[in-house]
Design a protein around this ligand. Structure first.
Ligand SMILES: NC(=O)c1ccc[n+]([C@@H]2O[C@H](COP(=O)([O-])OP(=O)(O)OC[C@H]3O[C@@H](n4cnc5c(N)ncnc54)[C@H](O)[C@@H]3O)[C@@H](O)[C@H]2O)c1
Length: 250
């Protein structure tokens, strides 16, 4: 219960990596604010946290709307208290599917950048001033191995996830004097709603390219989140942890 008495916020908490991480942070003792546009999924996550003896607050939020984000963090601060840990996790490639760059449209680019990068900055802006004043806080974001490897059809997503690493480095430098750490996790292929939509032959092709010979589980990302949030990570900032079964090694 290393996070007992702390407030954590997880975006994209209705499923996948966000859900597993919210459960993990609650297991570590934090009270968890859950943000997602999928209200039914949020309530399921909340029920799972409560079933393991934890406490959570579901706040349905569209992260593409700044006014929604401000209202959500206002409610969390009012009802739970100041935020100690922010896990910026919501994201993903274009809902309409990937498109080669010459066929990509500007609207798709804007939306992928807005969800994977701008919303991270917007959520962080809501908490970082207070973290700085209190001289404590952990900001953790979900980037992707795509930030390193790239991928055909993923120019927008790769650009956003690589941008997130630059954001992490720069904010870490700004916040270091105040004891606020800023880090990112770069998952490889993880079994979630995102991979459930992939054709089986794509999954098999991915597995063939992963040195560990399998795709990862959301809980394996949640452990990395738990580490960055823990007292033991107090001197770790401006870094990224690849959790990808070794895929970026070749
Ligand atoms: N699964 C993978 O293989 C993988 C690999 C690398 C990085 N990632 C990243 O991990 C993060 C989590 O993805 P996941 O794999 O758990 O997928 P997921 O689809 O299970 O979770 C994404 C969540 O984000 C929410 N979301 C999407 N748009 C939103 C919006 N506008 N407002 C509020 N919520 C919104 C969805 O409702 C969903 O619950 C994402 O940032 C994704 O890019 C995933």
């Amino acid at each position: 219960m290393e996070l007992k008495g702390q407030v954590a916020v997880v975006t994209g908490a209705a499923s996948g990596i966000g859900r597993a991480s919210a459960l993990r942070l609650a297991h570590d003792g934090a009270v968890v604010g859950l943000l997602d546009m999928n209200e039914a999924g949020l309530l399921e996550t909340q029920a799972m946290i409560e079933a393991q003896g934890g406490q959570a607050l579901s706040v349905p939020t569209d992260l593409l709307e700044r006014s929604d984000i401000s209202a959500a963090f206002g409610r969390i601060t009012d009802e739970l208290g100041p935020v100690d840990v922010l896990f910026n996790n919501a994201g993903g490639p274009a809902r309409a599917g990937t498109r080669s760059f010459p066929n990509a449209n500007v609207e798709q680019w804007d939306e992928v950048l807005a969800l994977n990068l701008r919303a991270v900055a917007d959520c962080t802006r809501e908490v970082v001033g207070d973290m700085k004043a209190r001289r404590q806080g952990r900001i953790i974001s979900t980037s992707s191995e795509q930030a390193y490897r790239g991928g055909p059809g993923f120019t927008d997503y790769s650009a956003a996830k690589a941008g997130l690493l630059g954001f992490t480095r720069s904010l870490a430098l700004e916040m270091a004097p105040y004891g606020v750490t800023v880090n990112a996790i770069c998952p490889g292929v993880i079994r979630t709603g995102l991979t459930d939509q992939m054709p089986e032959e794509h999954i098999q092709a991915s597995i063939a390219s992963i040195p560990m010979g399998r795709i990862g589980e959301p809980e394996e990302i949640a452990h990395a989140v738990s580490f960055f949030a823990s007292p033991g990570a107090s001197y770790v900032t401006g870094t990224y942890l690849l959790v990808a079964g070794g895929r970026t090694l070749h």
